[in-house]
Ligand binder design. Structure first.
Ligand SMILES: [Cu+2]
Length: 185
């Protein structure tokens, strides 16, 4: 009886050790590079032996200059998923605004209306998400500063897998108007 008791204690402590050492391992390597208006972020993680590898390429980012007394303005970005896993743009943060939402455009009768997308936008592996004028966009609401043409604005994009990615978006009266020649396929 006594021997049995000791054995089970040993087994318990071995179990506890395994729990600390190998049971819940988390390793993550994240790299973020910026070059010529393209931000590339790559994340490799290993959580309990489940390996994920995400890669995103962010380009065509811009913010519309604040207009008159309008308390809101729009932000735009193109996100290409160059990784192996699907990802999702969950939210965006900016010190410039009280609140930031992700918006889509919907027909309401014969009127085009903006509506919030609280679940964010999915970007499947190999696919590209385009937030652009007239379409899905980032809504900066309750502006605390008045972003003006020629300035840059820091935005933090929060992805489900890639995590937070910071971009410096140029502010323009006509955002992305010069980039339209690149969007033709
Ligand atoms: Cu909007």
């Amino acid at each position: 009886m006594r021997k049995f008791f000791i054995l089970s204690l040993a087994a318990l402590s071995l179990g506890a050790l395994a729990g600390c050492d190998g049971g819940h391992s988390t390793a993550e390597v994240k790299t973020e590079t910026e070059s010529h208006g393209v931000t590339t972020v790559k994340t490799k993680s290993d959580v309990d032996g489940v390996k994920t590898e995400s890669g995103l390429e962010l380009s065509h980012y811009a913010v519309r200059a604040a207009l008159g007394q309008n308390p809101n303005t729009g932000g735009y970005v193109t996100v290409k998923n160059i990784g192996k896993d699907d990802d999702r743009l969950v939210s965006v943060a900016c010190d410039c605004a009280e609140k930031v939402e992700l918006h889509t455009m919907k027909m309401d009768g014969d009127k085009m209306m903006m509506s919030p997308v609280p679940e964010g936008f999915e970007v499947k592996a190999g696919q590209t998400l385009e937030l652009k004028p007239g379409g899905n966009h980032i809504m900066l609401m309750g502006l605390k500063t008045r972003p003006a043409d020629g300035e840059t604005l820091s935005l933090t994009l929060n992805f489900a897998k890639a995590g937070a990615v910071k971009i410096e978006a140029p502010v323009s009266n006509a955002p992305l108007s010069g980039a339209t020649e690149h969007s033709g396929h």
